[in-house]
Write a protein that binds this ligand. Structure first.
Ligand code: KMH
Ligand code: ZN
Length: 271
């Protein structure tokens, strides 16, 4: 089995300070939070940014400031979000790609998202993939529902994404594919050989699906973007607390953690 890549999704676009008082918002807070996750064994930071008053934004300057704060502190892989928040235009969402991050997310289709629709047309998917190629950014395919895997592979067949392919299954968003071991197994069954995958369970599904991924040879995403609780009724103290728990589980199950450089090698990211 490969070493385990833990992704820390530390900010997100939907969670507020009212819901989670320790949500990092300023570039300095984001830098500190990413560093604390790296210390606990995370090798990727999935990054959203906020305005000073906490609203989600895809502003390149805000990303640059947060990325600089992370880079000052550690060598964690910075994976910028191009999903942004529901309702943003494609132009808005693509802004951080010009910063040439090592990695960025590419959502592979449209899906209900709570009471909204997260829109990603086939033409837009190709536009995202072409821009990633132009700027040398490695994509992580974000999969919220089963049909999105085939959409990702269609991009690959068109030569718009080079192997090795990496998928992240986000399971349990209301309106999208529910989080269950059976659904995860069905998604894994769709993948071509040599593909890596991680799972991000939403809310109470984060922990059991993370444990399952450790056993199955997949990778894990945790953090406030997907889950703000440590256990039922108890808010997590920090993103790092959630990373630390996965690291302990992996240790017990004899699955060593990948360093950022080891993860770069596995994901085809040039150092
Ligand atoms: N905030 C969601 C609408 C991504 O980061 O690429 C989309 C999202 C996916 O978070
Ligand atoms: Zn995200």
């Amino acid at each position: 089995m490969d070493k385990l890549i833990v992704t820390a999704a530390i900010v997100g676009a939907e969670i507020t300070r009212e819901q989670q008082p320790n949500l990092p918002i300023t570039p300095e807070e984001i830098g500190e939070a990413a560093y604390a996750c790296w210390e606990q064994g995370a090798s990727i930071c999935h990054l959203h940014v906020r305005t000073a008053d906490g609203r989600p934004t895809q502003d390149a300057e805000r990303f640059a400031a947060a990325m600089a704060e992370i880079r000052k502190r550690c060598d964690i892989i910075i994976q910028v979000s191009t999903g942004g928040a529901v309702g943003m235009t494609v132009e808005e969402r693509l802004q951080p790609i010009a910063l040439r991050p090592e990695m960025a997310t590419l959502t592979c289709g449209s899906v209900n998202f709570g009471n909204d629709v997260f829109l990603n047309t086939p033409t837009e998917l190709e536009r995202f993939a072409r821009l990633f190629q132009q700027y040398g950014v490695r994509p992580e395919f974000e999969i919220f529902d089963v049909g999105m895997v085939e959409n990702a592979m269609a991009l690959a067949r068109k030569g718009l994404v080079e192997p090795p392919y990496h998928f992240d299954f986000v399971l349990g968003v209301p309106g999208a594919l529910p989080a269950s071991p059976r659904n995860l197994m069905h998604l894994i069954d769709q993948l071509p050989a040599g593909t890596t995958w991680s799972v991000a369970g939403i809310g109470r599904h984060q922990l059991p699906l993370a444990a399952l991924a450790v056993v199955l040879g997949g990778h894990v995403r945790v953090g406030f973007e997907d889950n703000i609780y440590y256990r039922k009724g108890e808010l997590a103290e920090s993103n790092a607390q959630l990373v630390a728990r996965v690291a302990r589980i992996a240790k017990e199950l004899d699955r060593p953690l990948a360093t950022p450089d080891e993860a770069r090698k596995m994901l085809g990211i040039p150092r």
